[in-house]
Design a protein around this ligand. Structure first.
Ligand SMILES: Cc1cc2nc3c(=O)[nH]c(=O)nc-3n(C[C@H](O)[C@H](O)[C@H](O)COP(=O)(O)O)c2cc1C
Length: 368
């Protein structure tokens, strides 16, 4: 399967199937000298693992990460970092039924058409477990970015149409909400909606917002490797993400230039700032020094217990009711995945941008 590698300098390759021996990632291109241990990576993975709330699948997956290479005496060595999470609680028989038919909204049909057969156990490579490698690699990227003063934070913006009220939102609330919503009233309302959807054997979607703070201006390449284009690709590559917006996103289509333009202002320290941030921190494919603001639309979980119509592998119309353990909403577990993909993309672009100016290269070599 081609296309399992992301990034140009900070390069990550994820591997593994939901019900194979394990899932993991190889990170190549991580600079030497970053302090790193399993506990640090585990903290990020714990935000993704299921079974923590009523709104994620009751599967109990420990998802314990093991570092297999690339770290010596608590620091990255500059060589490939290999991370593995062994699959432990898989119940493949839950999924034997889906071998014979195509789940509406899932990737069963397209995998069969592309490869002629598929690892149907838990969705194989199209499973949400594939994102474990992304989050583990994203943890390293986030730690490295933090050391540069760049912070990436994602949270749930809405679920099933219930949106956060920005006046009530606080970043301190994110970890208090089982849905990772910064507005606890909206979180309670969304929980009630999910209870209802669970009774109806249905599922809900939502929006994840991600903010990158501390980003200097001028990161990103101006043509095919635009920062916004690469962020969109990074986040759209997550299963179930169906739309990505930067800044005001689709709303710009109905705005007028006089409102949509962000006025530049001279900041106190002699630098240049913007009065507003409709652009979401990116102009011409490069960061403009404001916070980068990205939103991802996540569809409702496709595997639902409610009766649905589909077709089996013999091409016959059938009615199904999907068994197995599935999230009634994907959004909360995907929050850290969006954060990880954003961090991986931003870090790669930061590293790529280091060769863009001769004066900075000279400054670097003079220091040697
Ligand atoms: C973290 C995460 C968890 C997911 N959990 C499930 C799940 O329990 N059941 C399911 O049917 N789909 C789940 N998905 C979504 C499927 O992987 C996805 O819808 C499927 O691969 C089809 O791809 P597409 O929706 O991008 O077209 C999950 C996705 C993510 C990112």
């Amino acid at each position: 399967m081609a296309g399992s590698t992301f990034g140009s300098i900070f390069k990550v390759t994820t591997w593994g199937e939901s019900h194979g021996k394990g899932v993991g990632v190889v990170v190549d291109g991580c600079p030497a000298g970053l302090a790193l241990d399993e506990q640090t990576i585990q903290k990020y993975l714990n935000r993704r693992k299921p079974g923590q709330t009523r709104y994620s699948t009751p599967r109990k997956e420990e998802d314990l990460v093991e570092i297999q290479s690339g770290i010596f005496e608590g620091k990255t060595t500059g060589t490939p970092i290999s991370l593995v999470v062994y699959n432990k609680t898989q119940r493949s028989k839950d999924y034997s039924e889906i071998a014979g038919y195509y789940r509406p909204g899932h990737a069963d049909y397209t995998f069969d058409e592309k490869y002629g057969f598929r690892d149907y156990r838990g969705g194989g490579r199209s499973s949400g477990r594939e994102t474990i490698g992304r989050v583990a690699a994203g943890a390293i990227a986030e730690e490295l970015l933090k050391s540069l003063g760049i912070h990436v934070q994602a949270y749930t913006r809405s679920i099933g149409g219930i949106d956060i009220d920005e006046t009530k939102a606080s970043m301190d609330n994110i970890m208090k909400s089982p849905l990772y919503m910064p507005d606890l009233d909206a979180s309670e309302k969304a929980e009630l909606l999910l209870e209802q959807k669970m009774k109806e054997q249905d599922s809900a979607g939502g929006v994840i917002e991600c903010v990158v703070r501390g980003m200097p201006a001028g990161i990103g390449e101006p043509v095919f490797e635009k920062l916004d284009a690469n962020l969109a690709k990074a986040v759209m590559s997550i299963g179930a993400v169906k739309g990505v917006e930067i800044g005001d996103g689709f709303a710009v289509a109905s705005a007028f230039g006089s409102d949509n333009n962000d006025s530049f202002v001279a900041a106190e320290n002699g630098s240049i700032a913007k009065k507003t941030n409709h652009a979401g921190g990116i102009l011409g494919g490069m960061s403009d020094g404001s916070d980068i603001i990205l939103r991802a639309a996540v569809k409702p979980t496709p595997s639902i217990a409610r009766k649905q119509q589909t077709v089996n592998r013999d091409g016959e119309d059938i009615e199904i009711s999907i068994k197995g353990r599935h999230d009634p909403v994907i959004v909360p577990r995907a929050v850290v995945v969006v954060e990880a993909m954003s961090a991986l993309c931003v870090l790669d672009m930061v590293l790529l941008g280091m060769t863009s100016r001769l004066d900075k290269i000279q400054e670097f070599w003079k220091r040697q």
